[in-house]
Design a protein around this ligand. Sequence first.
Ligand code: NAP
Ligand code: F7E
Length: 330
Amino acid sequence: MTSKRALITGITGQDGQHLSELLNEKGYEVFGLIRGQRNARREAFVAEFPFVHLVEADLTDPSSLLGALKTSDADEVYNLGAISHVGYSFRNPQLTADITAKGVLNLLEAIRQTGRAEEVRFYQASTSEMFGGLDYNRPGKGYNEMSLFHPRSPYGVAKLYAHWIAKNYRESYGMFVACGILFNHEGERRGVEFVTRKITDAVARIHHGLQDHIELGDLWPKRDWGYAGDYVRGMWQMLQHDEADDFVLATGETHSIEEFLTLAFEEIGVDDWRPYVQQNPEFMRPAEVDILLGDPTKAETDLGWKRDVDFPGLVSRMVQHDLKVTDPNR
Ligand code: NAP
Ligand code: F7E
């Protein structure tokens, strides 16, 4: 057990919830940054995570960040807050730049202003979206920490700024800054605006007779999909490492949305998903990331990180969870 204190931005999001749970189990005093004068997720969050101290702040408001850092007096800061939806970032590019890119600068500067920059360990949530899916780096082998970047969305571009400013503060001010370059990770806490949860939620509702089809965008893109619970463990491991560094977390496998649909519908005994799926251009993007495949060798070797949940296991647990929460008889 530890007596450490951690501050998490993005506490109400998928990873913030998993990380709160993990750090609480490890004995941390957990502080979570919550934004908005009446955050719609606050009540449910407090009910599920009563041990988290919520502090009001916003990544776009520097003085509120300084206040949150002072209140929490954190040893470890996990910056998970962001506009994280790629499609939304095309429709809100400036907001995405303000929060996902400049918000990180605001937070790093606020840490410097506390005078504890050399004591605080900082985690930046970088992403495989920085690679952009153009397979000219290491064809067939998967992206690693040395691969070239070519972001294909306002989200990816904002995250690339965030990644480099975080590295710059590591190099310039001797701060312990770790950047986790995480490939897609999903689970029961994933928002329904993301394709995996949208599918598992719809499959469950179709099974219960609550809806008859699902509308999706492109079905051919491939992603390296893991389980969020495994990935937040990697975030924590990065901050316990003796050196601040960058690490890819991925499964080393890539699967199309069609493969995800196949497994999800099989879970409710449906062999052919096609009659239930309609394509809608509304869910297509101006530029698509065709394929993402990651190589987690460095994290496995240097951190001893290992993922436990495989692709069929991930789809199954998500569908089973959604069958329960959408059951009209429960
Ligand atoms: P998520 O579920 O979308 O959560 C995003 C969080 O950011 C929410 O708690 C949201 O709070 C918060 N937020 C948004 N704007 C904010 C602002 N102005 N100030 C403070 N907080 C703000 O994302 P996630 O899947 O947990 O991902 C966590 C982080 O990892 C994100 O930075 C994401 O970009 C990155 N990432 C995710 C993946 C993945 O596959 N999940 C992969 C690589 C990297 P509200 O409740 O107020 O909206
Ligand atoms: O899309 C396609 C879509 O929105 C996956 C974020 O966590 O992971 C996530 O970004 C794929 C894309 O995730 C729909 O075009 C088809 O090819 O679930 P997604 P994402 O864009 O990969 C990365 C690593 C992050 O860092 C991000 O924060 O699915 N797709 N039809 C659809 N996607 C959505 N959302 N909705 C559809 O109806």
